[in-house]
Write a protein that binds this ligand. Structure first.
Ligand code: FE
Length: 184
């Protein structure tokens, strides 16, 4: 199976039933995040990153309630590793850094923490808590930190139950044109 079909397969087999404590499924959340990126006229690679930022939750094979059990699944690293087979760093790095971006915003944006969903607050503790001082500065200096912050903002907006959204397969052309040509 080519990689884009494999992505659709993962979303369709597991994304529609995984909720991770949010009011929308991972599939709905992912498409809503991509829509937010499109609304912001983001680069194609960043729309793809938004669509795929939580795919790690669907492939790590841990139970859906791992956070309730006090385990950080490190879904951002899982996704980055899987996606790097076929996508470049302009896709994989914002995905890998979107959890660090959340921790950065919690440490530096007054009020951000108070707007997080309950599931996101629970996972924040497991992910290491807010980034402050040197850690925050180090994050900002890393390549793709700004893209990761944008992605994280869309991530937060992408939790609207019942919102009309396109099928995930609507993104086939975008995924195929963004993936490294030789290996798709
Ligand atoms: Fe997300």
């Amino acid at each position: 199976m080519n990689f884009v079909n494999e992505i659709f397969d993962v979303f369709e087999k597991r994304g529609g039933t995984a909720y991770l404590g949010e009011p929308v499924s991972v599939l709905e959340h992912s498409v809503q995040a991509a829509r937010e990126a499109e609304k912001a006229s983001a680069a194609p690679s960043l729309i793809v990153a938004a669509l795929l930022h939580d795919v790690g939750h669907l492939i790590h094979r841990l139970p859906e309630d791992v956070a309730d059990r006090g385990i950080d699944s490190r879904h951002q690293e899982v996704a980055c590793g899987w996606l790097s087979q076929h996508f470049g760093s302009e896709v994989t790095e914002p995905v890998r850094l979107h959890v660090a971006a959340k921790r950065y915003l919690c440490g530096t944006d007054p009020g951000y923490l108070g707007r997080l969903s309950p599931a996101s607050i629970l996972s924040l503790g497991l992910q290491g808590g807010p980034l402050i001082d040197d850690e925050a500065e180090e994050f900002v200096r890393s390549s793709y930190s700004q893209q990761a912050i944008l992605l994280r903002r869309w991530d937060d907006l992408a939790k609207i139950p019942g919102l009309a959204i396109p099928e995930v397969r609507h993104y086939r052309a975008l995924l195929e044109s963004t993936a490294r040509r030789a290996v798709v």
